[in-house]
Design a protein around this ligand. Structure first.
Ligand SMILES: C[S@@+](CC[C@H](N)C(=O)[O-])C[C@H]1O[C@@H](n2cnc3c(N)ncnc32)[C@H](O)[C@@H]1O
Length: 343
């Protein structure tokens, strides 16, 4: 695998012309409390070693029965989460279209910016894309069947990604958004949102880890983009590979899976108390929801084992600062794009 540090790609300036992952770099440590955020923070070897030690100290897993319970009741814990928080969580989406211009294809065309990452021309060929899907004429009547560019967000929560996608593409009648979550409470919140328009989107309950179930009504080979934002980390690691394999089948040839999630040694991982570890790098929060912390390598292996090709696999390291309390918090997120081959 190649070097893992962020290599700012020319792509990132696409839609909003913002540089990838920001440009506020901490060059003088004495200035750390002068801003709330620092971008692209380098970790020292000592810092990495200390983080590894912290994780090791808290790596004794809970008993198997407990693990089972958290797994079998996973959607109930998320239902409880949304019953309490409704749509007040996970709101920050400023980075969405900067990092994933595939989510605003018409915008990209208007800007006359053709990015090598989407060089398969999926969005440029929107009008022709009926020909390149594998849909049979008989299978044609389902929500989104007449669209020429289809996006699915899995683990959509209350629509903090899906609605911005609909908003930014409101001049593109050919684009259709599917979104699903295994929390029926979350899906109900999506459907009751005043922005929910069944002519442009379709929300449904689906468990990403249930690889036998169909993503009804979405036929295999029909999607341009699959979006996974902070959802794969909620799955038991043993179920991840099969879930990604299943998603890969939904993509058209040339379709892309975009991904952002927690990275290894993110502040949230280092803060878990004893008794919260389920298995290596996998934890349960106080409210019963679970979270895994990925490395770039394991994600690369998972996506390529599913038959996808790497477009991007980056680590986004930030330093968040609580200036009042003079606290520093090191965040680590991983961002990937993997494409299904054209043939
Ligand atoms: C951290 S939240 C992120 C929500 C949303 N992607 C966002 O960024 O706003 C994780 C979401 O994944 C959903 N989720 C967790 N496990 C899932 C599974 N096995 N199948 C489908 N959705 C799942 C949860 O219900 C929750 O809505």
């Amino acid at each position: 695998m190649e070097a893992r540090q962020i290599v700012p790609e020319p792509s990132s300036a696409d839609v909003n012309k913002q540089p990838q992952f920001g440009t506020r770099f901490l060059t003088d440590p004495c200035q750390v409390f002068q801003h709330n955020n620092w971008d692209n923070v380098e970790w020292t070897d000592e810092q990495e070693a200390a983080a590894e030690k912290t994780v090791l100290k808290n790596s004794r897993p809970l008993p198997a029965e407990k693990q089972e319970e958290y797994d079998s009741r996973a959607n109930e814990y998320w239902n409880d989460f949304y019953a309490v928080h409704e749509n007040r969580f996970f709101k920050d989406r400023r980075w969405l279209f900067t990092e994933f211009p595939e989510l605003a294809p018409a915008q990209r065309c208007l800007n006359h910016e053709v990015h090598p990452e989407v060089s398969n021309d999926n969005h440029q060929n929107q009008r022709k894309s009926k020909e390149i899907t594998s849909l049979s004429p008989n299978a044609a009547d389902f929500p989104g069947s007449s669209a020429t560019y289809r996006i699915l967000e899995v683990g959509c929560g209350v629509g903090n990604t899906a609605f911005p996608i609909l908003r930014i593409n409101d001049n593109d009648p050919q684009l259709f958004v599917y979104c699903c979550d295994f929390s029926s409470t979350a899906v109900e919140l999506v459907k009751s949102n005043s922005e929910y328009d069944p002519g442009r989107c379709h929300a449904f309950v689906h468990d990403l880890s249930d690889v036998e179930a169909d993503y009804c009504p979405i036929p295999d080979g029909s999607l341009d983009v699959v979006v996974l934002i902070f959802v794969l980390s909620a799955l038991r690691p043993a179920k991840m590979q099969a879930s990604i394999n299943r998603l890969a089948r939904l993509l058209k040839p040339g379709g892309v899976l975009v991904f952002r999630d927690y990275g290894r040694y993110d502040m949230a991982q280092l803060r878990f108390k004893k008794g919260r570890c389920l298995s290596e790098n996998f934890y349960v929060r106080g409210d019963g929801t679970r979270v895994y912390f990925f490395t770039q390598d394991e994600l690369h292996d998972m996506f390529t084992d599913a038959g996808l090709e790497k477009v991007q696999n980056l680590v986004d390291r930030r330093l968040q600062v609580n200036r009042g309390k003079r606290l520093t918090m090191y965040r680590v997120w991983i961002q990937c794009k993997y494409r299904k081959a054209q043939h």
